[in-house]
Ligand binder design. Sequence first.
Ligand SMILES: O=C(O)CCC(=O)C(=O)O
Ligand SMILES: [Fe+2]
Length: 310
Amino acid sequence: MSAGRALDLRTEAYGELRRTDAAIALRAARVTDCSLAEAAECVAELRRRTDEDGYLYVPGFFDRAQIVGVRDDMVRRLARAGALAPGATAEDVTASATAARVTRADILGATDETGASPIPSVVFSPRLLGFYGALLGGAVRHYDHIWLRLVRPGRGTPPHCDLPYMGRGTREVMTAWIPYRDTSLKLGGLMILERSHLQAHRIRAYLDRDVEEFCVNRGPYKHKPGLLSNNPYTLRERFGGRWLTSPEFRAGDLLTFGMSLIHASLDNQCTGYRLSTDTRYQLASEPIDERWVGPNTEEWAERNRVGKIC
Ligand SMILES: O=C(O)CCC(=O)C(=O)O
Ligand SMILES: [Fe+2]
């Protein structure tokens, strides 16, 4: 189920993500010891797959115990914010019936009681930065903004590319999608439209959009939609390829892809929260989208809106 519609599960319409062995990614990132020649071979393999597929799915990239620890921290903070049902556990993360409004600060902020969030120690870890350094071929930097997904039952993400949301710097940016719970088809993980990165020319006008630009001559605030479609079913028919996902993302997995790959999520059909983050990485030598840098990044901030005559 995605965007409220049943997915077409025929083999020509749906499949599983190609898995990349964590050992390859960790050798490329020089996390595991290997010779320079071996590391170079691993880097070449990662790049070949990224060019071909538009993504890398690396099960077990992170230390699972670390990610489970982060999940536990998130669950404690959700409970503090009143977002969990009585009796909810770290395994089910059952949402309270009253949709308690959890803020980013509740989960990512520091208080005397909770201390700092451990999420940055995962998403900005030397391991992940080393991986992107190898993949992109130089010193990397990350956007400071962490997109936190506390996906309630019934919710999901419709098809889109990331570029219209974060394309004011280089377009050569990679997204890291990281689940903090084991995420079944029913809990609703990410799915990508097979080889859609090779069809960017068909959606050029969409990719050139900036969702925080608005038309000054068309009402007070008319911004362009960042979503590509509300209907994953017909979108796939139009583009061909299959929707690819993993029937069981696990805490510790990494899924990474570029700015022009079409992706969406399955809907959360469970009673608990789906917990994930997405974060971004690029070469340090290239221009960066300043909206997402620094301590006060904010989605849909007034200061980022740009008026144009259109
Ligand atoms: O987790 C989701 O539902 C959406 C994530 C996403 O769009 C992304 O990682 O770019
Ligand atoms: Fe996205």
